[in-house]
Write a new protein. Structure first.
Length: 323
């Protein structure tokens, strides 16, 4: 398991990863994106920004980097950085397949990505990821599994994923939507030749969306590494958008709302890696303060009441504009 390397790491930030969704393509759904990225969203500008973030993350102890086929050129940008930094052989690299980027490097495309969990899509995208990342790809996850995903029942796909696992790539899945817990439990039941297929799960969990907590604890107990995405709720937990209860706790700690929001997740015993989705090095530095935040029981209780009904949360997320 590639994440054994993280278990042996001693830096306070080794269980914080850097996700490249916000910088691998010109459009994304994070609030405040116009301010973060400015007007220059050209390929070379975002390549330079990605490399700057990777430099800063690695220097500060981050050892997991997360990309996806649908994150524009994220795999290409990450591969370029890895090639330029052979000393970074302790990095764990993850990517995802199952969505195809279709925006054509535009922020106002009608559709930014198209979902396809078929065997044919896996074979095509696995080859594309391999061409860019080669043997540096440690983890390959199905992107955004839902309870109705054919990826949960397609035996031919399961056999192909098991073959990739036999060749040394750890196989996992990510989840999205109000039924994440159901999708996680269904995926835990998938086996090939009597052995569990999936070794990692990457799910949305944050101050506002906590519905997958019990299922993620079950996944952890089953031996999967749990990766938490969207810990900042696509910017809803950052200044100035954060709810008052989070702002109050942050003021007590003397750190940012982002650090407190991510610290809440790090405090979960099942959370193996928590992703930062920073778009600037300043945001990254602030996010990494999460590793030193020590929330007391009263503060945790006050944050717990901020959780929303998952259907409400995901409906609002679906209305966020691509910037």
């Amino acid at each position: 398991m590639p994440f054994a390397r993280l278990a042996a790491a001693t830096t306070p930030t080794c269980h914080i990863g850097l996700g490249l969704a916000a910088v691998g393509r010109p459009g994304y759904i994070n609030l405040g994106r116009e301010r973060d990225l400015g007007e220059d969203r050209g390929v070379e500008a975002l390549r330079a920004r990605t490399h700057e973030l990777l430099d800063a993350a690695y220097a500060q102890g981050v050892r997991y980097f997360d990309a996806a086929r649908s994150y524009g050129r994220s795999e290409e940008f990450l591969a370029g950085w890895l090639n330029a930094h052979p000393e970074a052989d302790d990095v764990v690299v993850g990517s995802k397949w199952g969505y195809t980027y279709t925006a054509g490097w535009s922020t106002d495309a009608e559709r930014h990505e198209v979902k396809d969990h078929s065997l044919a899509a896996f074979e095509r995208q696995r080859a594309e990821s391999a061409e860019l990342l080669g043997d540096r790809l440690d983890l390959y996850q199905i992107h955004s599994v839902t309870p109705d995903s054919p990826a949960l029942t397609d035996k031919q796909l399961h056999a192909a994923l098991a073959e990739a696992a036999a060749q040394g790539v750890t196989i996992g899945f990510s989840t999205s939507g109000p039924a994440q817990a159901e999708a996680i439990r269904a995926a835990l039941a998938v086996t090939v030749d009597g052995e569990p297929l999936f070794r990692t799960v990457q799910s949305t969990f944050n101050v506002l969306e906590t519905s997958a907590a019990h299922a993620l604890a079950e996944a952890h107990e089953a031996g999967l590494t749990v990766i938490v995405k969207e810990g900042m709720a696509n910017g809803r937990l950052a200044e100035p958008y954060a709810p008052g209860g989070l702002k109050a706790v942050a003021a007590e700690t003397g750190l940012g709302c982002d650090a407190v929001a991510l610290a809440l997740i790090l405090a979960r015993p099942w959370a193996g890696v928590v992703l930062s989705g920073a778009a600037t090095t300043g945001q990254l530095a602030s996010n990494l303060h999460a590793s030193v935040v020590d929330l007391d029981e009263d503060q945790l209780a006050r944050l717990a009441v901020l959780a929303e009904d998952p259907r409400v949360y995901w409906e609002q997320r679906g209305q966020l504009p691509w910037h």
